[in-house]
Design a protein around this ligand. Sequence first.
Ligand code: ADP
Length: 290
Amino acid sequence: TVLVAGSANLDFVVRAPHIPAPGETVLGSDFSTFPGGKGANQAVACARAGGVRTRMLLALGNDAYALPLEHSLREAGVEAHIVRTGEPTGVAFICVSDEAENAITVAPGANSQLRPEHLPDLAGVTHLLLQLETPLDPVLAWAQAARAAGVRVVLNAAPAQALPQTLLESVDVLIANEGELAAVTGVEDDMAAAVARLGRVDVIVTLGARGSCAHTQGGWVLQPAFEVDAVDTTGAGDTYCGAFVAALAAGDTFAEAMRRAAAASALACTRMGAQASIPARAEVELMLAQ
Ligand code: ADP
């Protein structure tokens, strides 16, 4: 069983000819809402990857915005542990311009109410998957509790921020893109030096269309990206994390799990949206067989 603990947001997306300047009103089009939030995206990716049971700890408000988030998790087969708070459900307001630029405002709301004591019973849990979109105190407490219970801790260091040493000491695998790796280690433009700062932690660095590479006790692993016609890379990183941990928990080796994650995240780039674009297991199998 994989337990994901983290954020869930409802994304409000409007397309506009350009991002409005302060004080400006722009007539946009194509309004839609999408279930999002890094935690929920990764839980859906883990569940769709198959082969493991997926549970998720999340916080939602007592409002209608919570409903599509609950629905998306349920439909993917995620067992949700929902903390119901007085704060509104987390939302993100996203304006996408015709030049494909975006401007995003997030109101974390209920996500900010997650506490150390909300961690559910870890019986049967082999892997805990965390991100940095919820407050750092509970993330640290959950990592430490999981570590003490013999659960493997995987941290996706997104969004980018510096991390306390105590958190890194409780992490088995760190997944970061290049910017996030620089924020965590304070080392820019030198992957080997950055990874060396992390000591015994296994590290995966995702490199967008260039694929991903990992540094483990056994040395370096390189995983090229699968070639696809990418239309929207939103959620590629989240799909990678969820699919990787699902494969690891199902018994794959580190390198096999990276390959599965690369296939799943490449497929996610071929469709719009975050959770909606995450492929099912059968599609990933087809990709891997190519
Ligand atoms: P993030 O969005 O978190 O910065 P990346 O952009 O590094 O994450 O993407 C995560 C993974 O998704 C990559 O390691 C790669 O395997 C896959 N990926 C991203 N962009 C593409 C692409 N254009 N084509 C194929 N795979 C991609």
